[in-house]
Design a protein around this ligand. Structure first.
Ligand code: IMP
Length: 180
């Protein structure tokens, strides 16, 4: 059986995780949130842009009240060649002090975004935070990076699809593809 591929410029990506498996993970995360945040009215903090499709699959399964604030973490530099240091948190409108916050990231690569956001949340004196990521590149992150909930460990693969891009291409794909 041939594995489906997707081409972006001279880069070939091949199918890694199918949409039904991704949707199932999204449901699992929602179930955990339903159990642990029943009376906590958490603030969901999806990180744009990459998490939008995963997040959209989580939401219909949530049965508890919540608030949402989409945020963006800006950085310099180009993906795939190096991991740029995050510089600013953009779009935060809600007050997080004393609140239970749930971060939803698409993918943890070097863990710099994780470290940047974790520090910010502590500075803002949140009551608690749960750091969730659909994908983690375990081969890249150091041991002190403690992701609270992870969908899949993808080693060190570079991926596109299901919201994630290579130079803004490939976000629309329903499945996740890995760079060959
Ligand atoms: P980190 O700060 O190095 O952990 O990078 C995290 C961010 O980089 C993610 O939220 C993604 O937006 C982006 N990123 C990291 N790896 C990939 C990848 O393989 N494909 C697409 N985007 C990625």
């Amino acid at each position: 059986m041939t594995v489906p591929t997707y081409q972006i410029g001279d880069k070939t990506f091949r199918l890694l995780i199918k949409n039904d498996v991704l949707k199932q993970k999204a449901k699992e995360l929602a179930e955990r949130i339903n159990q642990e945040y029943k009376d906590k009215n958490p603030i969901l903090l999806p990180i744009l842009t990459g998490s939008f499709m995963f997040f959209a699959d989580v939401l219909p399964h949530l049965t508890i009240p919540y608030e949402i604030n989409f945020v963006k973490v800006s950085s310099y530099g180009m993906r795939m060649t190096s991991s740029a240091a995050p510089r600013a948190l953009m779009g935060l409108l809600l007050h997080l002090e004393n609140r239970h916050v749930i971060v939803v990231e698409d993918i943890v690569d070097s863990g710099k975004t994780y470290q940047f956001l974790s520090n910010k949340l502590k500075e803002m004196k949140v009551q608690s935070y749960l750091y969730t990521a659909l994908l983690v590149k375990k081969e890249n992150v150091s041991d002190e990076i403690a992701i609270d909930w992870m969908g899949f460990d993808i080693g060190k693969a570079f991926v596109v699809g299901y919201g994630m891009d290579y130079q803004e291409k490939g976000r629309h794909l329903k499945d996740i593809y890995q760079l060959v």
